[in-house]
Design a binder for this molecule. Structure first.
Ligand code: F6P
Length: 531
């Protein structure tokens, strides 16, 4: 018997009834007034992360129905199948075992292979970190997508743990404006290039690796074997490129889930072996929580259920992530790949067209910067966008006053989104910058806020390697949860293929100018670009 998709369950129909019978109009202000323990009821303690889910538009009844939905969709059975290593990525016939990368030695599938490789790349990372003997001052990671975003997100996040004598650079884009300013500042004798690509065929990475190699040789660089290392599952292709020191991983590690593998080498070089192991341990703690906590207290499950509730019932099309920690500035970009490449699908795993919406758009910027850009729209725009605040209790800097201001801003934004302001309240206030010519009732309308705008706040004690590991694993399992309910394969990405294939066809045409067979727009643009 195939597992039912969410819309084929009795709970789905019950959720629709519940939505029409009051779920749609739930008012957070009234909910807090009538439920003195709402914060406690909707607070969840998970490893390294406390989540306040109380400012979301759901009630206990909603939650109970969503839990029935998870049960009818056999979420726990599907989770266990993933953790056991069954080939749940059915379109590629692969297991999905990023959790095995952070399991302690002796636990989890492929343990020996995982730990042998981990020991190897961590030992190498330590060699590089011994700058007096390695001579390296700069490390350039050349990779894109999952071979870039994880390290690019984690290295600034863990800046306080980073080696002070090593500069990490990330080159991903095939746009030469990415690599050029990086190379301009490098000394070839002191630079290590890491060419990171699961397939070792990705156009952008191969092209940038060739530019880096040509630059290195042109600068008089010698000993390519010492200055270029590879991270890939395609060891032959790396050898063909001329890279002989390679760190491998496996086809059961998806690109966007790969920062725990040797793809994390730049992170390990930056923070050292011990801290990298702490990152893995934090992720493993979250894996255990996901595997063992009852669904009602299971944070990734609760977040995934809320995502389904918002996307399919409320019809919210996006979610904004606002990390109130400058080190997490690349987290939204990282989550865009994790969530949108995983769940941006329109057919289910059986190839049936889905009659429901899937991945929301995920976007954001660190707070407080976002407040001075797009928060206007979050507060007064016509779309409701659930916001996810991430706050860290203890900073790793010494500017206590700045940190207090940061936290006050974070709390104020979620409070303002929920609380809003009526026109009557606005009318009682003086707005010093308002024009005296504008009728006061017009001004009051412009200065009122609808409120009842939902948000989640994730709290970390400190952004340590362990906490970051737990946070990222939390997001991975949340994506699994919503994907499983939607019945999609969250682990393939066929949607990226067509553009790649067309690019390969257009490349020679851009050189030759041949526009035969092209649509009018593409032909016209191509001619303009050549002219
Ligand atoms: O184009 C999408 C993608 O395949 C991602 O899934 C992947 O993370 C990225 O390209 C990079 O792929 P690779 O590591 O094989 O270079």
């Amino acid at each position: 018997m195939p597992v039912p998709r969410c819309d084929e369950t009795a709970a789905w129909a019950a959720l629709h009834r519940h939505f029409e019978d009051g779920g749609r109009v739930l008012d957070l202000r009234q909910a807090f007034a009538s439920e003195p323990h709402r914060f406690e009821r909707f607070g969840i303690e998970a490893p390294e992360v406390f989540a306040d889910l109380s400012k979301n538009r759901w009630s206990e009844a909603t939650r109970v129905l969503l839990l029935s939905l998870a049960q009818e969709c056999e979420l726990t059975e599907r989770r266990d199948a993933m953790l056991r290593g069954e080939p749940i990525n059915t379109s590629e016939g692969r297991a999905v075992l990023h959790t095995a990368l952070r399991a302690p030695r002796g636990e989890g599938p492929h343990s020996d292979a995982v730990h042998d490789m981990l020991d190897r790349f961590l030992a190498y990372a330590e060699q590089v970190r011994d700058t007096a003997s390695s001579g390296f001052t700069d490390v350039v990671n050349i990779g894109i997508g999952g071979s870039d975003l994880g390290p690019q997100m984690a290295v600034p996040a863990l800046d306080a743990w980073c080696h002070p004598g090593l500069r990490l650079h990330f080159v991903s884009n095939v746009d030469g404006h990415d690599i050029t300013p990086v190379l301009r500042r490098l000394d070839p004798t002191r630079t290590l290039f890491i060419v990171a690509s699961k397939t070792f065929t990705t156009q952008e990475t191969m092209a940038n690796a060739q530019v880096a190699r040509a630059w290195f040789l042109a600068q008089g660089g010698t000993d390519l074997g010492r200055h270029f290392v590879g991270v890939t599952t395609n060891l032959d292709a790396a050898a063909e490129f001329g890279i002989h020191r390679t760190f491998g991983f496996w086809d059961w590690v998806g690109g966007r889930f790969s920062l725990w593998s040797a793809i994390g080498l730049p992170i390990a070089i930056a923070i050292g072996a011990e801290n990298f192991r702490a990152l893995l341990a934090g992720a493993h703690a979250m894996d255990r929580h996901f595997a063992e906590a009852p669904l009602a207290q299971n944070l990734p499950v609760q977040l995934g259920l809320l995502d389904v509730w918002y996307r399919n019932f409320h019809g919210f099309t996006s979610r904004s992530v606002a990390p109130y920690h400058q080190g997490l500035r690349r987290l939204p970009a990282y989550l865009q790949q994790l969530e949108m490449e995983s769940n941006g699908k329109q057919v289910d795993a059986q190839g049936r067209t889905l009659p429901l919406a899937t991945s929301p758009v995920v976007w954001g910027e660190p707070g407080t910067n976002g407040q001075h850009a797009y928060f206007q729209m979050l507060h007064q725009g016509t779309d409701v966008v659930p916001v996810e605040f991430i706050a860290v209790k203890r900073p790793t800097h010494t500017h206590a006053d700045l940190h207090t201001m940061l936290l006050a801003n974070c709390l104020a934004q979620s409070q303002a989104l929920m609380q809003g302001k009526t026109a009557a309240q606005a009318a009682t206030e003086r707005a010093p910058t308002a024009s005296p010519d504008l009728p006061s009732e017009v001004l009051a309308q412009q200065r009122c806020f609808p409120g009842n705008r939902p948000s989640t706040t994730l709290l970390l004690e400190e952004l340590t390697p362990r906490a970051l590991g737990a946070l990222i694993a939390l997001y991975e399992h949340r994506v699994f949860t919503s994907g499983a309910l939607w019945g999609i394969n969250s682990f393939d990405q066929w949607g990226v293929e067509l553009g790649k294939a067309l690019c390969n066809q257009l490349l020679p045409k851009l050189v030759s100018g041949d526009t035969v067979g092209l649509d009018g727009s593409t032909a016209g643009l191509l001619q303009r670009l050549r002219g």
